[in-house]
Design a protein around this ligand. Structure first.
Ligand code: MN
Length: 332
């Protein structure tokens, strides 16, 4: 936190009057990053627009907007950003990246704020906090919670002194579920609104969260039925019709139900992995990456929560290799 504090203040102040594109991930951490970045850029008088993109589409989004902006600020998207950043730089765009995913390659932006111990929204928060006139810690706390980055989160511990944990965690969870059913315009409006408001006043969040939770319940049941144990460490469920926002929770669910430390959910070649028992120190990101690359795909993320993409025809082969990678990690 001390290392990051104020890191973007001069940088943002130099953006006054510039055209800035802000691109954030589509989850709670991305939304909370957008809240913080929007507030900070507003304070310095930058002419900015918020965009939301899953990491896999980052390059596409950048290609569509880079011609019209002087600076690009991206949060929670960095790990796979190399080509997108290269494109933006070649268009003369200043590139600022804030991220907490493991960096697997030299992504080379102009400015990089990076640490794996805090969520992206909290990195955004500390890097810009001296610019804030409003308290935007509540959405940052939501993100620290939903991104499982609670342990080192200073913002979350401060927020939990001001508000009861049941308020913070229930609002964060509702937001997490609701975001899966929101489009870019709805996310944009919500990010602007959450600068001064809390989730409990946004009716749409309750409606969409409920819809998503009911839908998820159906897919958890389905996943339990189709889940297959690949060895004593890994269980996998192929659920092609599930909503993409559910796959992490499905992966964790089947792991718990089948009493395996690692759960995998596959949806149309997209892989989600969760480690629910961390005693064996399994690094899911490393195992996904190795197995995915072996079948012509790619992957990464964090040790307890990882993901990837493989060709749909190679899913079986991927799962076999992945289970073997995990076994190797545990048994050395
Ligand atoms: Mn994140």
């Amino acid at each position: 936190m001390e290392k990051v504090r104020g890191a973007l203040v001069d940088e943002f102040e130099s953006l006054e009057g510039e055209r800035v594109a802000v691109i954030c991930d589509i989850d709670v951490d991305g939304l909370a990053s957008a809240v913080v970045l929007h507030h900070s850029l507003e304070e310095v008088g930058a002419d900015h627009t918020l965009y939301f993109s899953p990491p896999a589409k980052f390059e596409e989004v950048v290609a569509g907007i880079v011609g019209e902006c002087d600076a690009l600020v991206a949060a929670d998207l960095g790990a796979t950003a190399k080509d997108a950043i290269l494109d933006a730089r070649s268009e003369g765009c200043r590139v600022i990246i804030i991220d907490h995913h493991k960096l697997l390659e030299d992504i080379n932006p102009h400015v990089l704020v990076h640490d794996t111990r805090l969520c992206a929204a909290e990195l955004c928060y500390w890097a810009t906090c001296d610019l804030h006139s409003k308290d935007v810690r509540l959405p940052v706390a939501y993100a620290a919670f939903t991104d499982y980055m609670e342990e080192e989160s200073v913002v979350l511990s401060e927020v939990l002194k001001m508000y009861d944990r049941r308020k913070v965690f229930s609002e964060a969870s509702l937001l997490d579920y609701a975001l899966g059913l929101m489009d870019e315009e709805e996310r944009r409006e919500l990010a602007v609104r959450l600068v001064e408001d809390s989730v409990c006043h946004v009716e749409e969040v309750f409606e969409k969260a409920r819809e998503m939770m009911v839908e998820e319940e159906r897919f958890l049941q389905k996943a339990r039925e189709v889940a297959e144990c690949l060895n004593e460490y890994v269980v996998a469920a192929v659920v092609d019709e599930a909503h993409p926002a559910m796959t992490g929770r499905i992966a964790a669910h089947v792991a718990g139900v089948k009493r395996r430390p690692v759960g995998v959910c596959v949806r149309k070649g997209k892989i989600s992995v969760r480690v629910v028992d961390r005693r064996d120190e399994i690094d899911a990101a490393r195992a996904v990456r190795k197995a995915a690359e072996a079948v012509g795909g790619r992957g990464g993320g964090h040790a307890p929560a990882a993901g990837g993409v493989v060709p749909e025809t190679k899913v079986e082969e991927f799962l076999e290799k992945f289970a073997e990678e995990v076994r190797k990690q545990v048994e050395g």
